[in-house]
Design a protein around this ligand. Structure first.
Ligand SMILES: [Zn+2]
Length: 430
């Protein structure tokens, strides 16, 4: 990319410069074209082998893709930002993200490290008491912001790749660094898994910055309490008609959607454990004197186990179909994301905790962290487990300026070099 500052990945402070660059150019799920190009270019400049494009994805499992028009706009934006045309062509259609592959100097295990790339869809606060504003790296896109720390995760992955590459003679086995697109909304994990990116992986390490854990130096070696979740878009088809002349010929999609909403919230809870349901939007629009022919709902279910989430998902789809039928309409559902609820492998988390004790700067180690949300890493953890491997998600403590997914979110950047050092030590020791 010609229009961006040079970053020397071999310098330890490059991780902060990279984080700020990614923060400045946030891209949401499946449109991480500029971000992926930057990652691929920096890896390629060091001669690190990298896979990207359709080869690392499974089209039927790319949940929640943007519309073709949104995709074209994102590609154009990346082109304007100076991204390489051939790279962009290879990714067009949402095939974002990439996998760096480092073969060590000795035979051994296959370890995967997963980082994510996407931003959230909200506008960043322009208050000038905030570091991103003061230092001039706040989001350049209204309505889009790295408000979860994935800008930091991408930077950690890059700097880690550079360090591991330099020390590849010391590595036993293969290291794959997975730069995952579309984590928010649980859209990207299944696609990478089904394309075989995790095949043969014996150890999987994921990590997240903060999630409320503070300060820098406190690290959780494992995670539990992930909620399984399904994201569903619903389109209710009715029939438009003149509301005065012949309302009986209409089929009111808005009424069906409204009935669905109140009954979704009334789904009987299960005694098996915690469950959630939320309807985030209901869109139906017609003239005042027109029977609304179409309505859209977006909702999500969650559960403390896969079974509980499945119970909520099945009940939700039944309610939607029945509410549509009640008004003579039909409902079409699209699964936009799905994540499981598996926690860290206890033996691996214990081993990670032991190794972290040697890492300078790590002064408090928690055996496990209660996540209380959903994370796409679980889809990858389940695959690695199903093939006999082990997986854990680490949490690197860091003070945050405001909660995750809020407009004033920011985190203590000194967590970045510490996370690189920790993951580096883990790869070399495991
Ligand atoms: Zn996140």
């Amino acid at each position: 990319m010609s229009t961006v500052p040079q970053i020397d990945l071999s310098r330890s402070d490059s991780v902060i410069a990279l984080r700020r660059e990614f923060h400045h150019y946030p891209e949401s799920a499946w449109t991480e074209y500029r971000t992926t190009c930057r990652v691929v270019e920096l890896l390629t400049a060091l001669s690190i082998p990298v896979r990207y494009g359709a080869a690392i994805h499974s089209r039927p499992h790319m949940y929640g893709l943007p519309s073709p028009a949104e995709d074209a706009a994102a590609l154009e934006r990346a082109r304007q930002a100076g991204c390489d045309g051939a790279l962009l062509s290879a990714m067009a259609g949402g095939y974002t993200g990439c996998v760096a592959i480092i073969d060590g100097g000795h035979p051994g295990k296959t370890i995967a490290i997963r980082v994510d790339l996407d931003c959230n869809t909200l506008s960043e606060s322009a208050d000038d008491d905030r570091l991103p504003v003061r230092e001039g790296f706040a989001s350049c896109r209204d309505g889009f912001m790295h408000a979860c720390g994935h800008d930091g995760h991408a930077a950690i992955g890059l700097r880690l790749a550079a360090e591991l590459w330099e020390r590849r003679q010391e590595i036993h086995g293969q290291v794959r660094i997975i730069f995952q697109p579309a984590e928010e909304g649980l859209g990207g994990g299944a696609s990478l898994v089904e394309a075989g990116v995790l095949d043969g992986v014996e150890i999987l390490l994921g990590s997240h910055i903060s999630m409320g854990l503070t300060p820098v130096g406190t690290v959780a070696a494992g995670t539990h309490g992930f909620l399984a979740s399904t994201k569903i878009d619903v389109l209710i088809h009715g029939r438009g008609a003149h509301a005065g002349v012949c309302p009986e010929e209409g089929r009111n999609a808005l009424a069906a959607a409204a009935a669905a909403v109140t009954n979704l919230l009334a789904i009987s809870r299960t005694g098996q454990g915690a469950s959630r349901i939320n309807i985030g939007s209901l869109i139906a629009k017609a003239g005042r004197n027109v029977i609304p022919p179409e309505a859209k709902l977006s909702l999500e279910t969650r559960g403390a186990t896969d079974e509980i989430n499945r119970y909520m998902e099945d009940a939700a789809l039944r309610v939607i179909d029945a509410a549509a039928a009640m008004y003579g309409c039909t409902a079409e559902h699209r699964i936009m994301g799905r994540g499981g609820c598996t926690g860290s492998s206890p033996e691996l988390a214990a081993r990670v905790a032991e190794i972290l004790e040697q890492v300078p700067g790590v002064d408090k180690i928690l055996p496990s962290f209660d996540f209380r949300a959903s994370e796409d890493i679980t889809t990858m953890m389940q695959r690695v487990r199903s093939q006999g491997g082990q997986a854990t998600e680490l949490i690197f403590g860091a003070a945050i300026a405001a909660p995750h997914h809020s407009e004033r979110f920011d985190f203590d950047e000194s967590v970045l070099p510490l996370a690189v050092r920790s993951l580096m030590t883990l790869v070399l020791s495991l």
